[in-house]
Ligand binder design. Sequence first.
Ligand SMILES: [Zn+2]
Length: 376
Amino acid sequence: MQPSLIIGRIAGIHIGLHYSWILIAVLLAGSFVGYFYESNPNWQPRVIWSAAIVITLLFFGSIVLHELAHALVAKAVGIPVRTITLFALGGVANIERDAATPKAEFWMGVAGPVMSGAIGWAAAALASSWGRQAVPALMSPPVAVLVSLSSLNFMLAIFNLIPGFPLDGGRVLRAAVWWVTGNSDRATRLSARVGQGVALALFAFGVWQFLAVDGIGGVWLALLGWFLLDAATASHAQVEVVAGLRGLRVGDVMSSECARVPADTSAQRFADDYVLRTGERCYVVEEEGTATGLITPSDLKQVDRARWPDTPVRLLKRPLHQLRAVSPDTPVVDALETMGKEDVNQLPVMSDGRIEGVLSRRHILHLLQTRLELSM
Ligand SMILES: [Zn+2]
């Protein structure tokens, strides 16, 4: 998930907010206002409102610390993390690839809940030393805020330890299965299946709670279940894709018969004689017999259609030296990762400084479809 707004940077990791977070922050603060009106009717309205806002901010601060714990362990085992995003259903650290060993996976998964448990414990200890009371109405606003913060963090730790992927508990389960069987694909499949089960149960329970007990909390749970189901299903599908591609090299999949376009061809002729005639998506731009760049139909959009007749493709190409190239020996799975990171749909395939062909997402998709048809 990409953040809509970056609010800060910790240890080189951007902390961002997704728009959906604002809605949830308002809802959460609102429900704390309601809660304090009930539990501490002796407080002034402005005290109630301040306490509700403070606890909401502290809770989101705790979520950032939870995600930061995951992210710092990931960085410690050599996996880059660029952002942490807060959104409607909590936080997510954008960890760029999967752990290489079950041990790393275990520590990455368990770090968040450990952090939340530690915050919960620290807040409870602080509340006790500041005069915690058995009855909420007798507590001062700072103590009441600490007590709520403590239970929210304990709930966060326990909920995340539910053993269904992609929850933290699911990662721990995955690490355990991986460690026992030595097979990471099998471990992901199993923990994603458990994750789907947990998500369905959560969804059903939420709907039941909404209808039977008529609590707004039910809507929450149902929404959370929905989100988890989606994420668990995506993890399951992803493992199938990766397993299907494992062992394949770029050289097996790439297209080596890329059409070549002379550099002085006009954009108009390129569109008429190449793109519209062949329907191909990727072309090699050639200058005096050597390939100097790639051009795709979407590169044509850089200039106004009226200027196509007198704009040579040389000016629209992406120069080879600016593109991340792969070699024919690169595993297809790694090439896909590079495409994701660079946000491109094709990569030039080079060996010994010469262009051997082009690998595109379309080739890979095509291959997967064919394989799927054969396996059915
Ligand atoms: Zn977590």
